[in-house]
Design a protein around this ligand. Structure first.
Ligand code: IMO
Ligand code: MG
Length: 428
């Protein structure tokens, strides 16, 4: 099958952007199917990093067409800025970007409400990215959302917006004691944005289905990670979309029968940004080393990421949920300096050992990870491009991951640069 889904198997920031970008040279179409500008996909273009939030990571590859699917929530103002930045970097977009008319919009009241809600949650705050994601998806389900296709007829959009913004201001003012938003100002800002985005608006599902039927290579680029999935993640410390491979059908209009292999992107250790349970989290010098060596700072919010060892129990849970047979391991080079590396092989919950990933936050909080120690390689892997160029202990670490998680590895990333990849088997 010519369609491949790339999903994060952890809490996001697994390096999906770099991998999607690398795979894009063999793809005809790259498609985002969920999430929004909460994603921060860092890609190296001509040796300089660029962060995509809404644009699919294939946008910098000439000749590749990119789709923002109906399952994505789009902040039109943020997308407009991102497009301008990308054009500024000399990347040609033109016909290569299609925005599905059915994707819902994130509007300024979503961001304002999210900020007020997070403040009101106090100690129970989720630590969201403040990109308006939760309120926008909530509005879509509540039938108060506005699909981006509405922007094509600005008068239609205006009347719908005016009807909704009054109610949103009631919440802001009466419930949260915040200032109301100025509807006129927002409309004025959106008008030119709507004109610029209109040329990319498109009815995309049939284009996609036809491409897959014709044998074109289609890459579905997941955002966030499996453990942030709204149904199967560490709820309520999750995002508001379906981040697993199951989200592809619902978020693009491609039926499950046309979806091919699901490739998991797994960082060689674990990070998490925002609040919520994290069984293998470290707070010692090791965490500091990983954080510094791995530049583990949020690409969207700039927050320092929490760091810890690789968690095989969580990885197996993600593999099962997504139907993953092959993973791509990223940031292996960040572990280059350690004498010993640990992997969590089981959980201890109240004295009993399990390899089941708990479904409640209460249980997740009581986990004590059971570790296996693996010798480090203490040498530089950043220049390796072939399996034979990786040190034996690094290969042993990768092999152990495969054994424990019952999965194969198709490649390993050893640096931020696009070509810093060791390929074992090809994806398409
Ligand atoms: P990429 O695609 C890591 C986290 C936030 C927060 C929770 C909910 O770059 O891997 P939201 O703003 O989505 O309502 O926040 O989800 N989060 C991410 N963490 N990588 C991401 O995206 C994330 N997108 C959201 O930090 O804990
Ligand atoms: Mg990120």
């Amino acid at each position: 099958m010519s369609s491949v889904v790339v999903v994060g198997t952890q809490w996001g920031d697994e390096g999906k952007g770099k991998i999607t970008n690398a795979l894009s040279s063999d793809a005809d179409l790259v498609v985002r199917f969920q999430g929004g500008a909460n994603a921060g996909h860092t890609v190296s273009v001509d040796g300089t990093p660029i962060v995509f939030h809404l644009l699919p990571s294939g946008i910098s590859v000439p000749g590749v067409r990119n789709i923002i699917g109906p399952g994505v929530v789009i902040d039109p103002i943020a997308l407009d800025v991102e497009i301008a930045e990308v054009i500024d970097r000399g990347i040609e977009i033109g016909e290569n970007l299609m925005i599905d008319v059915g994707a819902h919009m994130v509007l300024p009241y979503h961001k304002a409400l999210e900020a007020a809600e997070e403040k009101a949650r106090g100690n129970a705050a989720i630590g969201t990215t403040h990109r308006g994601i939760g309120p926008a998806y909530a509005d879509r389900c509540a039938r108060d959302g506005i699909p981006i296709g509405t922007l094509a007829a600005f008068d239609v959009f205006r009347s719908r917006f005016e009807e909704i913004v009054d109610r949103k201001n009631e919440y802001l003012v009466r419930l949260y004691g915040e200032e109301p938003l100025d509807a006129g100002e927002i409309l004025e800002q959106l008008h030119p944005v709507a004109e610029r985005l209109a040329r990319h608006l498109s009815d995309t599902p049939e284009t996609l289905r036809a491409a897959i039927r014709a044998g074109r290579n289609v890459l579905f680029e997941g955002a966030q990670g499996t453990l942030l999935d709204v149904a199967f993640g560490t709820y309520p410390y999750v995002t508001s979309s379906c981040t697993t491979a199951a989200g592809v059908a619902a978020g693009t209009g491609v039926p499950p029968s046309l979806i091919g292999e699901v490739i998991g992107i797994t960082k060689a250790y674990t990070t998490r940004v925002g609040a919520g349970p994290f069984p293998t989290e470290l707070t010692d010098d090791t965490a500091k080393t990983i954080q510094e060596r791995g530049s583990e700072r949020g690409a969207t919010t700039g927050r320092a990421r929490r760091c810890g060892w690789l968690d095989i129990v969580a990885l197996k849970y993600s593999i099962a949920l997504n139907g993953i047979r092959r993973i791509i391991v990223t940031k292996l080079d960040i572990l280059d300096s350690f004498e010993t590396i640990k992997v969590c092989v089981a959980y201890d919950i109240d004295g009993s050992r399990t390899d089941r990933f708990p479904r409640t936050v209460d249980e997740l909080r009581r986990i004590r990870p059971v570790y296996e120690e693996i010798p480090g390689w203490m040498s530089d892997t950043g220049e390796a491009r072939r399996e034979s160029e990786l040190p034996a202990p690094a290969l042993a670490y990768l092999k152990r991951i495969c054994e424990l998680a019952d999965v194969d590895i198709c490649s390993v990333s050893v640096g931020a640069k696009g070509d810093a990849l060791v390929e074992f088997t090809s994806v398409f």
